[in-house]
Design a binder for this molecule. Structure first.
Ligand SMILES: C[S@@+](CC[C@H](N)C(=O)[O-])C[C@H]1O[C@@H](n2cnc3c(N)ncnc32)[C@H](O)[C@@H]1O
Length: 410
């Protein structure tokens, strides 16, 4: 049996009876994919791991609590034989053979009639890797090949262009805070497929250098906007390029919907009838404090965190922020775009009751090679920003969470 290569095939198991013998680690690893395939799964086993038991409790599988008995495989389309008892496994695989049920065996691949490939998924495609024969079986090697292919497709180093399902129109991609590793897998893939990338100053700029030469990279800050507002000019550029049938990625810092004007762009595209996908990103409001060793919540210290824009001062009539109420909160305040106005902000918070010695940290260019953290209190932060020359982009964190972790400079 093992002299010929296995014949690869995809089993469509929806609603079909699959019997699993043994509820241990092997079953625990294999069951999720069988459940995802919609199989009608019957587990026969006196015991099961807590995770397998949970699958039975939620009705994802049916569990009969006893050892394997002759006849269990009679109605099955497919069987997974993985009990700890080799003799029972042999009897079960003999029964599978008699009933012509394809079966995998955890203890003896040579005696199995089917092998489980190392599998992975990447946007609508399943990658399955099998060794050619049982003697040469090296599960780590097949898993490594699977990982290399899946990883390559995800991060765009392996490019397999879509011919039928290429994402049309514009993708608003949240690029994360700056470290190129902190973009989502989907964002990275869309970037690898783009014809045009319209990028902001913030976000993973390093990724732009990796794009192939035919990709047009447009700096959003440099789009000429004549009689338009800058945002309108960006919207128009997205629409124009998409209308030319090009795949456009609008690469934004952090998450598109956190002070990112993502919805304005989506609305403009919708009005122009251009399909638009939105890919969430890791917002700087959580990740930048984290990168500097500051958790935005901590048990017993902060049960809430509030993310606020500090781009207009508290006494500015355009401000929509209720600073007096924020001064009364006991949790963490995270302020974006607040470096210029932090003096006024700190003054207002103290005037409305926040203790002047409340800790403050400013994290500049978080997650990049230039990351810098500067600590102060509400009383000293205005001076500290001046003397330390803190510049945007920076995230400002106000609250006791600033001091819970080991300070990076100590
Ligand atoms: C227009 S907002 C965009 C926020 C973004 N959409 C997000 O979710 O992170 C820009 C502000 O985000 C913050 N910011 C973004 N990236 C940052 C980084 N790497 N380090 C520090 N602050 C950052 C700064 O406060 C900056 O002024």
């Amino acid at each position: 049996m093992a002299e010929h290569p296995a014949y690869p095939v995809g089993l469509r198991l929806t609603g079909r009876r699959v019997v699993v013998l043994g509820g241990g680690q092997v079953a625990q690893r294999r069951l999720p994919a069988l459940i995802a395939a919609g199989a009608d799964i019957h587990l026969v086993s006196p015991e099961a791991t807590p995770s397998v038991e949970a699958m039975a409790d939620t009705g994802e599988i049916t569990w009969t609590r006893r050892p394997y008995a002759e006849g269990d495989l009679a109605e099955a389309w497919y069987a997974l034989i993985a009990t700890g008892d080799q003799e029972a496994n042999s009897r079960a695989s003999a029964e599978a053979e008699r009933h012509r049920v394809w079966c995998v065996r955890s203890d003896d691949a040579d005696r199995a009639t089917a092998w489980t490939p190392a599998t992975g998924h990447s946007e609508g495609v399943t990658i399955a890797v099998l060794t050619t024969d049982a003697k040469g079986r090296d599960p780590r090697h097949t898993a490594a090949i699977r990982d290399a292919v899946v990883e390559g497709l995800r991060d765009g180093t392996l490019v397999a262009p879509h011919h039928r399902t290429r994402t049309p129109g514009v993708a608003l991609v949240g690029g994360g805070p700056g470290d190129p590793d902190l973009i989502t897998v989907r964002g990275r893939r869309l970037l690898a497929e783009a014809d045009v990338v319209v990028a902001d100053r913030l976000g993973p700029r390093d990724l732009l250098a990796e794009l192939p030469p035919h990709v047009e990279v447009i700096d959003a800050a440099k789009i000429p906007y004549g009689r338009y507002m800058a945002q309108e000019a960006i919207n128009n550029a997205l629409i124009e390029h998409a209308r030319q049938g090009r795949s456009v990625v609008r690469l934004k810092g952090g998450d598109p919907y956190v002070f990112g004007r993502g919805m304005e762009e989506l609305q403009a595209l919708a009005e122009a009838g251009i399909p638009c996908t939105v890919v969430p990103g890791i917002s700087s409001s959580i990740s930048v404090p984290g990168a500097a060793g500051i958790p935005v919540t901590h048990r017993g210290v902060a049960h809430e965190f509030t993310v606020v824009s500090g781009h207009v001062a508290p006494d500015d009539e355009r401000s929509l922020v209720d600073w007096p109420s924020l001064a009364k909160l006991t949790g963490t305040l995270v302020i974006l775009m607040g470096v210029d106005k932090i003096g006024k902000i700190a003054e207002t918070l103290v005037a409305h009751g926040k203790p002047a010695d409340t800790p403050v940290a400013l994290v500049q260019e978080g997650t990049t090679a230039a990351q810098r953290r500067v600590d102060a209190t509400l009383a000293t932060v205005a001076d500290t920003v001046r003397t330390e020359d803190v510049r945007p982009p920076a995230v400002i964190i106000i609250g006791d969470v600033v001091n819970v972790g080991p300070h990076p400079s100590k």
